[in-house]
Design a protein. Structure first.
Length: 549
């Protein structure tokens, strides 16, 4: 047996998790089982195989819920498994795992790679073999990490919790499916309110068709689909409020603070209906291209940010929600607050808030190509200059680790992003519409933004504030930080959610987080991020792959 250090334990766990994730992604990106459902010609067990993607999502959700239910006991299980880890067993079973996965990949290609008629002609044997290969692949992956006795002991002790996680995930999935039936009534209410806003704003030549949910003004018309009912915005606000209340739960009064949930949902719904009416006015009286190409997508994020910031302000100012008026014990009152650390925390967030606000504003006023990108660059530069002293960043030192990590992320980003032809054409058309001097100036601003301001602003927020906050680190930009899987996961997922390519963004965030963990300051992760963006920019200019920007 080999007992590993704390750092190597977590690094190895991440490596094995990355291997399993890569294997799943390789199959899911190569074949599509849901096509069996889409064409409707599959029968029997083959038709059920079309829902394997949904089953995989249910299992992932179950794993997340199980992690939450067993949160207090994971550390003990992890330490026990680490103490019993054996490289010889890992290498031996690893060969079996490779064979099982290779067989699974072949069967996946055989069943899902051709037409439905070809898959139907294969019979039941390949389908049953696929199920056995999938189970063997996962079990062999698990046995590389821990012994069979340890797996048996874990299942025996935590079987009830595991079953509960599966059931809870199934209920959540069922409720999510059931909620789709509510889109109709919600869309009706949203349409009626948007029509009210349109009339209140005094638009001329208004056209309103409640039956088909079409409204317009002048010669510009929009169809308000069920997806525009506001469920996505409500879900985002509720998720944001949940995370914020959980992180700062000691600062709030409960159950009073729970009122922030309906307040946030109502606010984002009202803003969503107002967004639809403003979209009609913008398309009718300003520019249809700007209304559809920029405002339509970006105004939703503006509403979300406005609602979230408003909730934070409301929760912090009104003592009905917080505990600011609760007397502080004398023993704690004698301890002066760490104002410097608090100022530094705020300073790490201001640049990315300005970046997001400027991005949403310039994008909403542009039709496809962001002509106003230089405004975004200047806004973030001003924000960085404003908070630079409060950040108290250490001296920049260079090493090979962030450079290599940045280049690896650039390659992964290009591969995972896939086809960028739509983005390539949009940027190319925008550049063609500018004079050579203006196009060169725009590219120069884009390069400075991609390589300087964006990496600094985003790394300060995600690896400076978020990662350190959930890793229970007292410093945000200097000093080593402990490895906390929760902090690494949350900061990486949040970083991925910020970008359109969420999966590539999450992987990139994980790499930058590991660089920060292996360093003594925030600078190495900034350098890694900058190297990634610089490499992508150079490749985009050389190959015309503008969609990578």
């Amino acid at each position: 047996m080999a007992t590993m250090s704390f750092d190597r334990e977590h690094g190895l766990a991440l490596l094995f998790a990355a291997v399993l994730l890569a294997e799943i992604l390789l199959i899911s990106q190569t074949v599509d089982a849901y096509q069996l459902v889409m064409n409707g010609r599959a029968q029997g067990l083959l038709a059920a195989f079309g829902y394997l993607g949904q089953v995989a999502k249910w299992l992932v959700l179950s794993a997340v819920i199980a992690g939450l239910l067993l949160q207090s006991r994971w550390q003990a299980y992890f330490q026990r498994a680490s103490a019993q880890f054996c490289w010889r067993r890992c290498m031996t079973i690893g060969g079996v795992h490779a064979v099982c996965y290779g067989f699974l990949f072949y069967l996946s290609w055989l069943i899902f790679g051709g037409t439905t008629a070809q898959a139907q002609s294969l019979g039941l044997v390949p389908l049953i073999a696929w199920l056995l290969a999938a189970c063997a692949t996962f079990v062999s992956w698990l046995l590389m990490l821990v012994s069979a006795q340890e797996v048996k002991r874990f299942v025996w002790r935590e079987g009830v919790m595991l079953v509960a996680a599966l059931l809870i995930a199934a209920v959540v999935w069922w409720l999510a499916t059931l909620s789709a039936n509510l889109w109709g009534p919600m869309a009706d209410a949203t349409f009626s309110l948007a029509a009210f806003w349109l009339q209140l704003l005094g638009a001329a030549d208004i056209y309103i068709d409640p039956a088909d949910k079409i409204m317009g003004a002048g010669d510009f018309f929009v169809h308000v689909a069920n997806a525009c009912s506001g469920y996505e915005g409500i879900g985002l606000v509720l998720a944001f409020t949940s995370v914020y209340l959980w992180v700062h739960r000691q600062e709030f009064r409960f159950p009073q603070a729970l009122l922030l949930f309906p307040l946030g949902a109502l606010c984002i719904w009202l803003l969503n209906s107002l967004r639809i009416s403003l979209l009609v006015l913008l398309g009718a009286y300003v520019s249809p291209d700007v209304a559809v190409g920029g405002f339509h997508s970006q105004a939703g994020w503006l509403s979300f940010i406005a609602t979230s910031v408003g909730l934070l302000w409301l929760a912090g100012k009104i003592t009905f929600f917080n505990q600011s008026d609760v007397p502080v014990p004398a023993s704690q009152a004698a301890i002066p607050p760490n104002n410097t650390n608090s100022e530094q925390a705020v300073a790490t967030l201001i640049p990315v808030v300005v970046l997001l606000a400027a991005t949403l504003v310039t994008s909403s006023l542009s039709a496809g190509f962001d002509y106003l990108y230089p405004i975004r660059l200047c806004a973030v530069l001003v924000a960085l200059c404003w908070v630079w002293r409060a950040l108290a960043l250490p001296k920049l030192t260079l090493s090979w680790l962030p450079v290599l990590a940045g280049l690896v992320v650039a390659v992964l980003w290009g591969v995972m992003l896939g086809d960028t032809s739509v983005g390539d054409k949009r940027v190319q058309d925008g550049l063609d519409g500018l004079s050579p001097a203006l196009a060169l100036a725009w590219l120069a601003c884009r390069f400075v933004g991609s390589v300087v301001t964006v990496p600094i602003a985003e790394e300060l927020a995600f690896r400076g504030y978020l990662l350190c906050k959930f890793s229970r680190s007292e410093s945000y930009v200097t000093g080593p930080i402990p490895f906390v899987l929760t902090g690494m996961a949350i900061s990486s997922l949040a970083f991925g959610a910020l970008h359109g390519a969420w999966l590539a963004g999450t992987v990139a965030g994980l790499f930058y987080g590991l660089v920060r963990w292996r360093s003594d300051s925030i600078w190495p992760s900034i350098v890694a991020h900058s190297v990634t963006n610089a490499a992508l920019f150079i490749f985009a200019v050389a190959a015309g792959r503008w969609g990578l920007l």
